[in-house]
Write a new protein. Structure first.
Length: 396
């Protein structure tokens, strides 16, 4: 199975356009980078903007921290808020989604015997954070089992089925990391609210991949990374908090803005290098210049092609695996003989990088192994063709 990049003009791109766009990245051309979802990839123009902020901080540290940085952070925060379609002053900047989740958990009022509900698709670090704060409060975790091919209604039912009168908080993914699944967060948040349960949405993959209007979701808390699909430098994320909770949620680190109201209390974390925050407006401008609708259509179609190509080469069945047409990440199942091995996803990922010169995410869920493929503008169909053939040979 093969398709060259000229066919992608069906999504509105010309081959010459794609060539110019791909030149914006300084990725190692000797490797196929098929894992944008894990860490993103920073365009050259954003890296230059971040470097300018670092130069300003070194040219005159006093002026930078006294004048340039405070105004720059406010501008970046306002740009992030507009990008997510949120109300002014409803969003704070944090380092990443993991930090945002821990920030909410650290301030959330848990008591002895309370419950936090997560799903078995939750990101590992988020589950660990929920366990730590639950244990400290004498609360417990409850894990909802959600089938990979569950309908939206079945997802909601599986989550609400484990809720009790002790459930205080639900933590749920917007787009799952290990399983590349889009969850119906609006329906989930409504069902939780009807039961008096607060909802924290882990939207790590949502900004850029999805056209998010965060304050229409109906959650109490939402956090998403800009350094994955919105082209920002690492690490910058937005933490949105519903008005009823804004006075209660405090930064993890106490610093000089402690007495300010939300979100200003989050703006100053001492001498942390927040050049990624300051360069965020440049990243969002770059994103807008790539015509977001066309960008998403291209990436979603290319991810689907990669999924089908790799699964066909491996002889694995996509039935029940899914692949939402609005997502730029897809799963291709590994053969059962590989899924049953206990040598770990990390080891296989390293072997692929070493022997195939390709970077992919290998995930494991319910004792099944998957290749998680991402698609971004710097990718092309022939990379997936090459990877599919190489992986099939490697696993044989």
């Amino acid at each position: 199975m093969s398709r060259d990049t000229t066919e992608l003009s069906e999504q509105g791109w010309e081959t010459t356009d794609l060539a110019d766009i791909r030149a914006e990245w300084d990725l190692d051309q000797a490797r196929d980078h098929l894992n944008h979802g894990s860490f993103g990839a920073v365009p050259r123009t954003v890296r230059r903007a971040q470097a300018r902020w670092r130069e300003l901080s070194d040219d005159n540290p006093m002026n930078f921290y006294r004048a340039l940085r405070p105004s720059g952070v406010r501008v970046a925060r306002q740009a992030a808020t507009r990008f997510l379609g949120a109300e002014p002053d409803s969003l704070a900047l944090v380092a990443n989604a993991t930090t945002g989740v821990s920030t909410v958990l650290a301030s959330f009022p848990l008591r002895l015997g309370d419950e936090i509900v997560l799903t078995d698709h939750a990101y590992g670090a988020v589950t660990m954070a929920a366990r730590r704060f639950a244990t400290a409060a004498g609360a417990r975790l409850v894990i909802a089992q959600v089938d990979l091919a569950a309908s939206d209604e079945e997802v909601v039912s599986a989550i609400t089925a484990v809720m009790t009168d002790r459930t205080r908080l639900l933590v749920v993914d917007h787009v799952t990391s290990a399983t590349a699944r889009l969850f119906p967060v609006r329906m989930i948040a409504e069902a939780a609210r009807d039961r008096g349960v607060a909802t924290l949405v882990d939207g790590a993959h949502a900004p850029g991949m999805l056209p998010v209007r965060v304050d229409t979701i109906g959650a109490d808390f939402w956090v998403g990374n800009f350094h994955k699909w919105a082209f920002a430098a690492r690490s910058v994320a937005g933490l949105w908090i519903a008005p009823a909770w804004q006075e209660r949620i405090r930064p993890l680190v106490v610093s000089w803005n402690e007495e300010e109201k939300f979100p200003g209390a989050f703006d100053n974390q001492g001498t942390v290098d927040d050049s990624a925050w300051l360069a965020l407006p440049d990243a969002l401008d770059f994103f807008a210049s790539r015509q977001p609708k066309r960008l998403r259509e291209h990436n979603n179609a290319l991810a689907a092609y990669g999924q089908q190509t790799v699964a066909a080469a491996l002889g694995t069945d996509l039935t029940g695996v899914g692949g939402d047409p609005s997502l730029s990440m897809r799963l291709a199942p590994l053969p059962a003989s590989v899924s049953d091995r206990q040598d770990g996803a990390h080891a296989l990922s390293e072997r692929i990088a070493r022997e195939l010169n390709a970077e992919v995410a290998i995930t494991r869920w319910r004792d099944r192994g998957f290749v998680r493929l991402s698609a971004q503008l710097y990718n092309s169909a022939d990379q997936y063709d090459r990877f599919a053939a190489g992986l099939a040979a490697l696993l044989r």
